[in-house]
Design a protein around this ligand. Structure first.
Ligand SMILES: Cc1cc2nc3c(=O)[nH]c(=O)nc-3n(C[C@H](O)[C@H](O)[C@H](O)COP(=O)(O)O)c2cc1C
Length: 185
């Protein structure tokens, strides 16, 4: 976790080895999910043209994610809600399927980090555009994308000091009631 960071500079043309990719995918497989529904579907994109099109799917026509093309792999994390469990839960405003898929995504990210492979979550995109580009059916959600690849020198995975990068624990933990302060460690 200390080594993980959002990598946006990738070694172009350097492929992730098959056995490492398999480990990353296997870690998604091992994720917990609501009622063990395992509602993920993962699209692996390595095709240069499709990677470029995905990088152009950023919202409002921005090009903030144009570096995505440099990653060896773009994983498109889709969610296939369970027809009874998730759909039923949605009626009660408690559909966990996107949460399930996101947990699987973070499993992949942490496994990749352990293997020296960089990654970055991509949330700033038009779901409509991605859906059209990849022929994703209407009953399937596009939860997120994640880029994977070997990092360039300037983005190597080294332990970071999070003391300045993140809020203090006391700032986001409360006791018994929301915002009831007084947590001390
Ligand atoms: C759900 C999610 C969506 C994100 N979307 C983008 C994105 O579209 N483009 C991007 O460059 N970074 C994106 N990020 C990366 C965040 O900017 C990054 O995690 C945050 O600034 C903290 O930096 P770190 O990951 O290096 O610790 C996203 C992260 C998450 C978790």
């Amino acid at each position: 976790m200390k080594k993980r960071k959002s990598v946006r500079n990738y070694k172009r043309g350097v492929k992730i080895e098959d056995e490492k990719l398999l480990k990353i995918l296997d870690s998604a497989r091992m994720s917990p999910s609501s009622c063990n529904t395992q509602p993920w579907h993962i699209v692996l994109v390595r095709d240069e043209k499709i990677k470029e099109e995905l990088s152009k799917c950023a919202l409002k026509g921005t090009r903030i994610n144009k570096w995505m093309v440099d990653a060896d792999l773009i994983v498109v994390l889709c969610g296939k809600p369970h027809p009874i469990l998730h759909r039923g839960a949605k009626l009660l405003d408690r559909d966990c399927h996107k949460l399930d898929v996101a947990i699987a995504g973070e499993h992949m990210v942490l496994t990749a980090t352990e293997l020296g492979i960089g990654s970055c979550w991509i949330g700033w995109f038009s779901e409509k555009k991605v859906r059209k580009l990849l022929n994703i059916p209407s009953n399937v959600t596009v939860v997120s994308m994640i880029t994977f690849g070997y990092p360039e020198e300037e983005d190597l995975l080294e332990e970071r000091d999070f003391s300045l990068l993140r809020r203090k624990i006391e700032e986001f933990v409360s006791i018994n009631y929301y915002n009831n302060k007084g947590v001390k460690f």
